[in-house]
Design a protein around this ligand. Structure first.
Ligand SMILES: Nc1ncnc2c1ncn2[C@@H]1O[C@H](COP(=O)(O)OP(=O)(O)OP(=O)(O)O)[C@@H](O)[C@H]1O
Length: 332
């Protein structure tokens, strides 16, 4: 199922898995009898994002959101599965993106300070992609473009000569956005882009992103712990648990009528706003270790609706309304 069959997908992720081998070296295993330890960070994740739309990824810490982000931006090689981009021409696999395709895929991280070179004035940081990708060549053109980009993200063009430490956290995140725009990016992965900022600044940055998305028809993969931010930013939402996508569908639908018990409990943790009506059980306990996940449905030890089948059989994703849900209850 594609999220919107009427709209072409800019990115299609199929069966993406990423495992980390944490085993001690063979000789240590031989001496100590230790077992191999493989951590499944992402397990068979499939989704697509229609052009110009946002997919929000949510889930508790350690459920694999950032690993998905790193795999789709080629910062990490997946163990299996594929990621295809369609920027309007032929479909390009992420592993063989053209230089033009590579510049169209950019990532914005949680900590804007560590993703900026502290020894470069921001004019140099923003000018770099213009030069590297040959988008502007003359010094005057580059200078004008840097000034325009700074103004586009709500900074003063006259601040171009300043260094990252001379800006606030929110301003630094704006600089990162300006750098991504300098690449003429079409797909942005935003990994907790506002978590390090205070609430009022968060709202400003989110609004900048929404404005730019509407103006430039950008496509976003937006990662956040904060369900209210996901609700505000995303057209579609995917809920991850222990490396798996347990529910995905239109945001309004998922928030109005979550079908997976994990999503229901996650939504009930939103302070003040009880988005799903009656609270039946809080989300208790911790996410189990991804090195030794529970058999069957990995959520079964915490699920208030657990059935016998859940302990032994991993549920397949089934369509329920406009959503895909991996739960035996949803499968009927
Ligand atoms: N390079 C790595 N080597 C070993 N394990 C890793 C590595 N990167 C991530 N992991 C593990 O993979 C799992 C998923 O991590 P990931 O960072 O993708 O989760 P997350 O949902 O983004 O968490 P958070 O919200 O805390 O950032 C975690 O158990 C993490 O410890």
């Amino acid at each position: 199922m594609t999220l919107d069959p009427a709209q072409p997908s800019l990115i299609a992720v199929k069966g993406l898995s990423k495992q980390f081998d944490l085993s001690p070296p063979w000789w240590a295993r031989l001496l100590t009898g230790a077992q191999r330890r493989v951590l499944k960070a992402v397990d068979d994740v499939t989704f697509d994002i229609p052009r110009g739309k946002t997919l929000g990824l949510v889930g508790e810490s350690g459920c694999g959101k950032s690993t998905v982000a790193r795999c789709v931006t080629n910062l990490m090689v997946p163990t299996s599965g594929r990621v295809d981009f369609n920027f309007g021409g032929a479909v390009e696999p992420s592993t063989a993106l053209s230089p033009e395709g590579r510049r169209k895929v950019q990532m914005i991280f949680q900590d804007p300070y560590s993703s900026l070179n502290p020894r470069w004035p921001i004019s140099k940081t923003i000018a770099e992609p213009l030069k590297v990708f040959g988008l502007k060549t003359s010094r005057a053109e580059i200078r004008d473009e840097v000034r325009l980009l700074l103004e586009t993200v709500g900074l003063h063009a006259d601040d171009a000569h300043k260094y990252p430490h001379q800006f606030s956290g929110g301003q630094r995140q704006r600089i990162c956005i300006a750098r991504a725009l300098a690449c003429r990016s079409e797909f942005l992965v935003l990994d907790e882009p506002t978590s390090a900022l205070d609430v009022s600044v968060q709202a400003q940055i989110l609004n900048v992103m929404l404005e730019l998305q509407a103006r430039l028809h950008l496509t976003f993969l937006f990662i956040s712990h904060d369900l209210s931010v996901i609700f505000q930013m995303s057209d579609y939402v995917g809920v991850m648990y222990l490396g798996r996508l347990v529910e995905i569908g239109p945001t309004a639908e998922v928030f109005r009528r979550p079908r997976h018990p994990y999503t229901q409990l996650l939504l009930q943790t939103v302070p003040r706003t009880n988005l799903v009506g009656q609270i039946r059980a809080p989300l208790s306990g911790e996410v189990p270790s991804p090195i030794k996940p529970p058999g069957g449905c990995s959520f079964h030890p915490r699920c208030p609706h657990v059935m016998d089948v859940c302990r032994s059989v991993a549920p397949k994703q089934t369509q329920s309304g406009a959503e895909l849900v991996a739960c035996h209850l949803a499968a009927g």
